[in-house]
Design a protein around this ligand. Sequence first.
Ligand SMILES: NC(=O)c1ccc[n+]([C@@H]2O[C@H](COP(=O)([O-])OP(=O)(O)OC[C@H]3O[C@@H](n4cnc5c(N)ncnc54)[C@H](OP(=O)(O)O)[C@@H]3O)[C@@H](O)[C@H]2O)c1
Length: 294
Amino acid sequence: MRKILILGSSGLLGSKLTSGQYLKKYKIISQSLKSKTHINVDLEKFNEVKKMINLTNPKIIINLVALTNVDHCEKFPVEAYNINVNTIKNLVKAIETSSCKPYLIHVSTDQVYDGTGNCKEKDISLSNYYSFSKYVGELFACQLKSIILRTNFFGKSKSVTRGSLTDWLYSELTKGNTINVFEDIWFNPISMHNFCKIIEIVIEKQFEGIFNLGSHYGMTKASFAFHFAKALNLSNLNLKPIKVSNVSHLNAYRPKNMMMNLTKFENKFKVNLPDLIDEINLVAQEYRDDQKKF
Ligand SMILES: NC(=O)c1ccc[n+]([C@@H]2O[C@H](COP(=O)([O-])OP(=O)(O)OC[C@H]3O[C@@H](n4cnc5c(N)ncnc54)[C@H](OP(=O)(O)O)[C@@H]3O)[C@@H](O)[C@H]2O)c1
């Protein structure tokens, strides 16, 4: 069995990817900084990274390690640089000097865009420290045999420490709390389920380059919340559309339009990526299935 080292396995996406539902043909080695995974390694320490690669000898590495809290990154840029740049810098250096030379799948973000929609891979616009640090991380990742997937995702979290956008929406909707939802932020995320299925194809093909990975017919975060409530038959009366530009307590600027053009990925991999509305319905089912367990 080919070995896959999944870095950042305890996180939101990592917990889904290592849940046992995906990558069944591979031997998975999970890593995190301090959570319950096969190995704990601080990727900021080069010698530890080098030792990890040499001991595990993987054929494939999926890198999900990041500091994803946008406001925290803005407030603590050095910490953001250490986690979003120096970890990948160490990883690249360790892979280069290893004998196994694994294929690297590096996950990045749609926050590197802030356009008028339909952003192609070249249409970079860095508007906050998170996006800057993730972009610099990409520059290191592309020095190797690697693929960089710029994405955004949602779904029911399997992580004990990290909740998702839909976990928060579901919790607030069911409690009947007022929820402010942004009507001036556009995105086209993919479900974590389909992201994980696509990773299996990416591993098989081993193409290199930078690709957007999301869904078709993106929408505003407010529309997303209304569709999610409808899919779950929950009242939308407490959803309050507001403009992020009118919110003053956020540390970091939020890109208004992160909608990604998906043509490059679809043409190269010969797949049709899903429509966002279908993804919302699929994820709503994850919450319904979970209700049935109790
Ligand atoms: N969350 C989103 O909505 C979103 C959207 C678009 C793109 N992305 C990208 O998708 C990827 C995965 O995001 P996520 O939300 O799943 O991340 P996450 O939940 O924040 O998880 C981060 C992971 O990184 C590990 N980690 C942090 N610092 C480390 C260090 N110094 N050394 C080793 N491991 C370290 C954490 O381990 P511990 O648990 O032990 O701390 C955890 O496993 C990231 O590249 C992110 O930029 C995320």
